[in-house]
Design a protein around this ligand. Structure first.
Ligand SMILES: Nc1ncnc2c1ncn2[C@@H]1O[C@H](COP(=O)(O)OP(=O)(O)O)[C@@H](O)[C@H]1O
Ligand SMILES: [Mg+2]
Length: 262
């Protein structure tokens, strides 16, 4: 594991209902960077994010976030989570949503104006959250995540359904936060968002099939776009599994570990 990671996950196992979502996942995420959690719908992005913020019951393994066990009290203000779909009260104004959250978190009242400025929503502050435009709703969600000045922000598919211009706008905000030292973990099922990240965790069926950077991903797969690269990795992963080896797959299964093989 790398030193001073924002997140260290070891042998994580999660069952949801009858589905075994993770069967021994290991990963580390560096601080102060944007890490993209990318993979098709159902691969486990949301479940992993839930485990990181401590709201997912786990069947085994450890999840350490900013040096503390995920979900521990000390992390309450240090970690923010933006769920898939906006978690705002539609019948409160944008400002009221932020003020309410600030009081719940015990964050300074001045945070409300600060985050309104940061996401460019000063003019919409008095509007009901239900009445702002689609792109603005996303910015309200981001503003909610910024209350309390968290060190780690986990955002689940924040750009889904946004037009290209708004997506670029949002990624510019993420980049600004990372430049200030905030660790950003952002999921997406759209591969072309990969190029905006510093690091990439590519997931497939509950496994991390690559832990890489955008440049290394393209070089490794000899492709020119992330979509093609991901397809190449999936092919490689399928082949490796069919051959019963873990070649090309960074993760060792629990069975490999038990048997001490590599
Ligand atoms: N509440 C649940 N009960 C049972 N299975 C679930 C539940 N939520 C998710 N799953 C299953 O867990 C797996 C991972 O889902 P999820 O983490 O939501 O993936 P993603 O966010 O990448 O779309 C999927 O197979 C999904 O069907
Ligand atoms: Mg999801």
């Amino acid at each position: 594991m790398m030193n001073n990671s924002a997140v260290e996950v070891t042998d994580l196992r999660v069952r949801r209902g009858t589905v075994e979502v993770f069967d021994g996942v290991d990963l580390a995420i560096p601080r102060g960077q944007i890490t993209g959690l990318l993979g098709p719908s159902g691969c486990g992005k949301t479940t992993l994010m839930r485990a990181l913020v401590g709201v997912q019951r786990i069947a085994g393994g450890t999840v350490i976030v900013l040096g503390e066990p995920a979900g521990s009290r000390q992390l309450r203000r240090r970690v923010a989570y933006g769920t898939q779909g906006a978690a705002v009260y539609g019948d409160l104004t944008v400002r009221q949503n932020l003020s309410y959250l600030a009081s719940v978190l015990g964050a300074p009242k001045s945070d409300v104006d600060r985050v309104l400025d940061e996401v460019g929503l000063r003019d919409q502050a008095g509007q009901l959250a239900d009445s702002v435009s689609g792109g603005q709703v996303t910015r309200v969600s981001l503003a909610m995540a910024l209350v309390g000045s968290p060190e780690l922000i986990v955002l689940d598919e924040p750009t889904v359904g946004l037009d290209p211009v708004l997506r670029v706008e949002l990624w510019t905000l993420f980049r600004g936060l990372a430049e200030r030292g905030v660790t950003m973990i952002v999921s997406s099922h759209v591969m072309d968002e990969a190029q905006r990240c510093d690091r990439l965790l590519l997931m497939r069926s509950g496994r991390i099939i690559a832990d890489t950077t955008p440049a290394a991903l393209l070089a490794d797969t000899n492709t020119t776009d992330a979509e093609a690269a991901f397809l190449a990795l999936i092919e490689r992963d399928t082949r490796a599994r069919a051959e019963g080896t873990s070649d090309g797959v960074r993760r060792r299964t629990r069975r490999d570990r038990r048997e001490g093989s590599r």
